[in-house]
Ligand binder design. Structure first.
Ligand SMILES: Cc1cc2nc3c(=O)[nH]c(=O)nc-3n(C[C@H](O)[C@H](O)[C@H](O)COP(=O)(O)OP(=O)(O)OC[C@H]3O[C@@H](n4cnc5c(N)ncnc54)[C@H](O)[C@@H]3O)c2cc1C
Length: 409
């Protein structure tokens, strides 16, 4: 019987990487990559960086040119949503009505932007930033002098805010919690980046959410805040996080819990289906509870792990997570995963805009946030492989060479 091969649902960062890594690992069977977005697989990070600042064109953010897929015999089906999975017959159905068989199925369905369901939410001019289409819409509206309200001081909100200031928009950021990047980094790093933004002329309101929008002629004209203020806006950017795309998995009876639940080999509750990237919830040796991470590193390394297993090299997923965010002149790099109450130890001088914050839990290193300190970040990725190897005192002492500690491991 003909090999039904590997079918990958979702042609984003992770889906693309499964296909590419399968060929790197000498997998010779059929590979089909199905994505609901138009065009070839592309990178999302530039959407809130070089693309939005008009320094990159759509073609420049594609992961590979069309010839790559032809050379590698990878079938790409674009602009097609997978609507159902029939696990009994091992087939997926597309929105077009076509269906195709699989030997192994990989779900790399990513996540979608969360949008507040508040009065006025359907007005034009309220945008999220998840896809290239979103980015094109946003870019077209970022005209100098316009007033943009950014709801949410997470990574995407802050990156957009910096570029909007560079483009001479009037920028107001609303953050529901008491500080920027509260979910992701220490107060030291979050406050530094928020302060850099206000120095660039953005206004920043904490403990302030959006409770509704005002509009005229179907277009947004303002945001009503939880403080009772009405903030004028020509454009509203929503950056309040994402929801994993799990409907397909849930509807076919796979275990789902804020993400598609997988084991340490990234296999779902069906041994013929794997899940990776933003949509997957996996057990991590360095965390008490399972995790769902949203980063390029996570999607790429999980893709490589699944591809290697399908190609015959079965190993559990065990990579140190890392992430970056570019905000104007400042680059934040994070290695590891901290919990909100992990203690924070400063290394370096905040005033120089070059420092790191080491996070510890019960004396063990959990994460390192580095601002404009690539050397600290690279060493930290090695240190995190053995979290007991550095003490808070050593972390704070800049005469202790991190690279030397890492090499000694
Ligand atoms: C603006 C922006 C900036 C970012 N910046 C950074 C950064 O600086 N650093 C970093 O590490 N990470 C960054 N990220 C996060 C990173 O891009 C994601 O973590 C990564 O893309 C996840 O890859 P993925 O394959 O899991 O999902 P995605 O890349 O989102 O791909 C999932 C794809 O599946 C498709 N899909 C979903 N359901 C179906 C279906 N039923 N049928 C067919 N197709 C389907 C989706 O449309 C999508 O195209 C950023 C993300 C955004 C949006």
């Amino acid at each position: 019987m003909q090999d039904a091969g590997v079918v990958i649902v979702g042609s984003g960062q992770g889906g693309f990487q499964v296909a590419a890594s399968l060929r790197d690992d000498n997998y010779a069977g059929p590979i089909t990559l199905i994505g609901e977005e138009p065009g070839l697989p592309y990178q999302r990070p530039p959407l809130s960086k070089s693309f939005l600042s008009s320094k990159a064109q759509p073609g420049q953010i594609e992961l590979r040119p069309a010839a790559f897929y032809a050379d590698k015999n990878i079938k790409v089906i674009a602009s097609q949503r997978v609507t159902t999975i029939d696990r009994a017959t091992r087939r997926v159905t597309l929105a077009s009505g076509a269906s195709l068989p699989y030997r192994h199925l990989v779900l790399a369905t990513g996540a979608r932007a969360r949008m507040p369901a508040i009065p006025g939410a359907k007005l034009r001019g309220i945008v999220a930033l998840r896809t290239l289409t979103d980015a094109k819409v946003l870019l077209a509206q970022m005209q100098p002098g316009r007033r943009v309200v950014i709801v949410g001081a997470g990574f995407i909100g802050l990156e957009v805010a910096v570029i909007a200031r560079d483009k001479e928009l009037d920028v107001r950021v609303l953050e529901f919690t008491d500080r920027a990047l509260k979910r992701a980094v220490s107060a030291t790093s979050g406050d530094f980046l928020a302060s850099a933004l206000t120095q660039r002329g953005a206004k920043f309101s904490v403990n302030t959410g959006a409770t509704g929008y005002t509009g005229s002629g179907g277009r947004v004209t303002g945001v009503i805040t939880s403080q009772g203020e009405s903030v004028m806006a020509d454009l509203v950017v929503i950056g309040i996080g994402v929801e994993p795309n799990v409907d397909l998995a849930r509807n076919t009876g796979l275990q789902v819990q804020d993400g598609i639940v997988v084991n340490e080999r990234l296999i779902t509750s069906d041994p013929l289906i794997s899940a990776i990237g933003d949509c997957a919830r996996f057990p991590a040796s360095y965390s008490d509870s399972s995790l769902r991470l949203e980063s390029v590193q996570n999607a790429v390394d999980q893709a490589r792990c699944v591809a290697a297993r399908i190609a015959g090299k079965d190993e559990p997923y065990a990579k140190v997570p890392w992430f970056w965010s570019d905000q104007g002149v400042n680059r934040l790099q994070i290695a590891g995963v901290a919990q909100a109450d992990d203690c924070a130890v400063l290394r370096g001088d905040i005033a120089t805009a070059k420092f790191s914050v080491f996070r510890f839990r019960a004396g063990r290193l959990t994460a390192v946030e580095s601002i404009n300190s690539a050397g600290d970040h690279m060493a930290s990725r090695k240190l995190l492989a053995n979290p007991a190897c550095i003490s808070p005192e050593q972390a704070a002492d800049t005469s202790v060479k991190l690279a030397a500690l890492a090499v000694a491991l």
